[in-house]
Structures are given as C-alpha cells and as structure tokens.
Write a protein that binds this ligand. Structure first.
Ligand SMILES: C[S@@+](CC[C@H](N)C(=O)[O-])C[C@H]1O[C@@H](n2cnc3c(N)ncnc32)[C@H](O)[C@@H]1O
Length: 344
C-alpha cells in the first residue's frame, strides 16, 4: 500500500538497522518522526509497504511531522534565541548511543532529550568530555536516556561493538576507515600497530587482507576480539594484546633478525612518529606505511613527511611519499594528518 500515514513497527534494538535498510529501499519517510509505540518497539514512518526490510507489522499511523533541526526541537522546549546560540552544531549517532560535545550549552540535559526525540533508534546520549592518555580512554557523561553505553554501530558494512564509556570511537575518522578498506588488495599482509577496537583492522580484513592487530589496552582488546568474530574475519586477523614494539622485537628475536615482513603498516596513533624505527624494521621492501599524527596547520605536510624521511634515513632506507590526507581538526590550529609513504 502507498500512503502518507504508514509506519513500520520494529523492535527498538533494530531501529537503526531498519532505518538504514528502509532508506536503501527508498521507502523511509524522513518528513515524519520515528516514535515509540508500546514497550520495546518503535514506529518508523514509511512512504509505502517495504518489500525487503523485515518489520513486525505495518500500521496506518502518521505520528508527528519531524521537527527538522536541533534548534527546532529546543525552540519547542522554550529555549530563547540567545540560548540557542549555545546549542551544539554536530553529534554522532553510533547505534543506540548519541555522542555529542555539549560545549557551553546552557542545559545539556535538554539537548540530550531533544537529540533523543530526533533519533528514534537511540536510547542514550553521552556528552564527550575528553580522551586521555596513551590508551586514549574517554571521559563521558550520560546526559539523557537509559544510560546504556554499550552499542553496536554499523558503518560501510562493518560492525563495531563497543562500550563508549571505556573505549574511544572517532566519528571524524569515518572516511579514513573506509579508505583503509579500499586501499588494501586481497591477500595484502598488514600490521595494525594501534588497533583499538578494530577501527582499521576490520575494514581491511573484510576487504580480504590478512591483518596482524596489536592493542595494548585490555578493554579495547576485548572489543577488538569480539568485533573480529562479529565481522566473521577470524581466519584473516591475528590479535596480540601487547605493546606493538614488543611484538615486532619479539618476532625479530625469534626469527634471528628476519622478523615480520608486512606489505602495509597502519600507525593510527597521534604519536606514531615515535614508533617509526620499529615499524620500518617490520616492513617488506616496497611496503607502505600509513603514519597518523597531530600536526600544527603551518607544519602540514612538511613536519610529518620530514619525520618519516629522517627515520628512513636512520634505517638506511629511502621513502616515496604517496599522499598526505587531512582527516579532521585535532584541536584549535592542529590537524589530524595521515601520510602514506612507500619505503624503497
Ligand atoms: C588513538 S587510538 C586508535 C585510534 C584509531 N586508529 C581511530 O581511528 O580512532 C590508539 C590505540 O592504540 C593503543 N596503543 C597505544 N600505544 C600502544 C602500543 N605501544 N602498542 C599497542 N597499542 C597501543 C591505545 O590503547 C589505543 O587503543
């Protein structure tokens, strides 16, 4: 049936996946809001009965027209124009959790409630307050909803399960995660030195690469192992809970200096340059490094490129810079940059 008042009923936990699928089918009606309906189910507005997306039932209920923006929602909640100036401009929906920098918003709780009203499949809003230390552990605060910080996020066909209260996930690295899945060729032999929960390991392994994934933080490592299973890449990923330098040195010792020989090494850490000597010792001839870093704008791309050149020189190797990408802002005036370099 075709109707302006149809909604598809799905279990709440499936809402985000169902919205994605309905969107793909071309039947998701984003002019109306998703709304809760009964216990544990939500109604997703559709323009006609879906044929490919699984639903519990299709009902003739229109729900409410969607209030388009966060400002619309906050205005409806009585925020003045001056207060609206303090509202955040962006946030990320990661499965059932919304991650937001509330900055100096006057009423963070109301921002959280408004975001939940906008994103029917979400049940928790987390304010991101910072990421600390070598293990990149986040500090977050629940500002609205149920407070369940565990979530399953789907992106470019990859499943990322995680607890956002204890591991980081950077929405701004989305394009880079996709790029890593696209640059590998099947059977590439890859080392991911700072694997986290599998940000780059998973897209590369799904694309057919054999990945050795090293992660030192036990909490992140636990999610890495779970995500390897969830994405069905157990046969292509070998995981180590260790310091990546120790893994490289250990294998080198065990093989009398022969060590590893990787076609590609991903160095997804802001201090990656401190590990270049170790990475270079594990790279095959003609292999490629992907070196991340936080670089002041004025020094892009010279500083990260120079650091790789110097490390290669120390190791008696030459490099060819293939590309420099700016991924996102890191802080005021500082960019998150990744350099791709081939070692001759
Ligand atoms: C910045 S996070 C990963 C960022 C990720 N590449 C992304 O795209 O969001 C870096 C990860 O490296 C891990 N780590 C830091 N130093 C390490 C080391 N020496 N060996 C192995 N893992 C390390 C941290 O625990 C953290 O999970």
């Amino acid at each position: 049936m075709t109707d302006q008042a149809l909604s598809a009923i799905v279990e709440k936990g499936r809402a985000q996946a169902a919205i994605g699928s309905l969107r793909e089918e071309g039947v998701y009606d984003d002019s109306r809001s998703v709304f809760e309906r009964g216990t544990g189910t939500v109604a997703i507005p559709v323009t006609r009965t879906p044929e490919e997306t699984a639903t519990l039932e299709i009902v003739r209920e229109a729900g409410k027209p969607r209030l388009q923006t966060l400002e619309d929602h906050l205005r409806e909640r009585g925020w003045s124009e001056a207060e609206l100036e303090t509202a955040p401009g962006s946030w990320a929906v990661l499965g059932t959790v919304i991650l937001v920098d509330v900055g100096n918003a006057v009423r963070p709780g109301a921002v959280g409630e408004a975001l939940l009203a906008m994103h029917g499949g979400a049940d928790t809003v987390l304010a991101r307050e910072g990421i600390d230390g070598q293990h990149r552990e986040p500090t977050v605060e629940v500002i609205a909803g149920e407070g369940d910080t565990e979530t399953v996020h789907r992106e470019h066909g990859i499943i990322y399960a995680m607890d956002l209260a204890s591991v980081m996930f950077s929405p701004g690295n989305k394009a880079e995660r996709a790029r890593m899945g696209a640059v590998v060729t099947p059977d590439d032999c890859v080392l991911d030195m700072f694997a986290g929960i599998g940000y780059f390991t998973l897209p590369m392994a799904r694309a057919g690469a054999a990945v050795t994934a090293v992660e030192r933080n036990p909490t992140a490592f636990r999610w890495l192992v779970e995500n390897v299973v969830r994405n069905d890449v157990q046969t292509r990923v070998e995981t180590y809970r260790a310091d990546c330098r120790d893994v490289i040195a250990g294998v080198s010792q065990a093989t009398d200096g022969d060590g590893f020989s990787f076609d590609r090494i991903v160095m997804g850490h802001y201090n990656a340059h401190e590990y270049l000597d170790s990475a270079l010792s594990a790279l095959a001839e003609g292999g490629i490094l992907h070196v991340h870093g936080a670089t002041p704008e004025a020094l892009v791309p010279e500083r990260p490129v120079r650091r790789i050149q110097e490390a290669a020189e120390d190791a008696g190797q030459d490099i060819e810079v293939l590309a420099t990408q700016e991924i996102k802002g890191y802080s005021e005036g500082v960019r998150h940059v990744v350099v791709d370099a081939r070692i001759a």
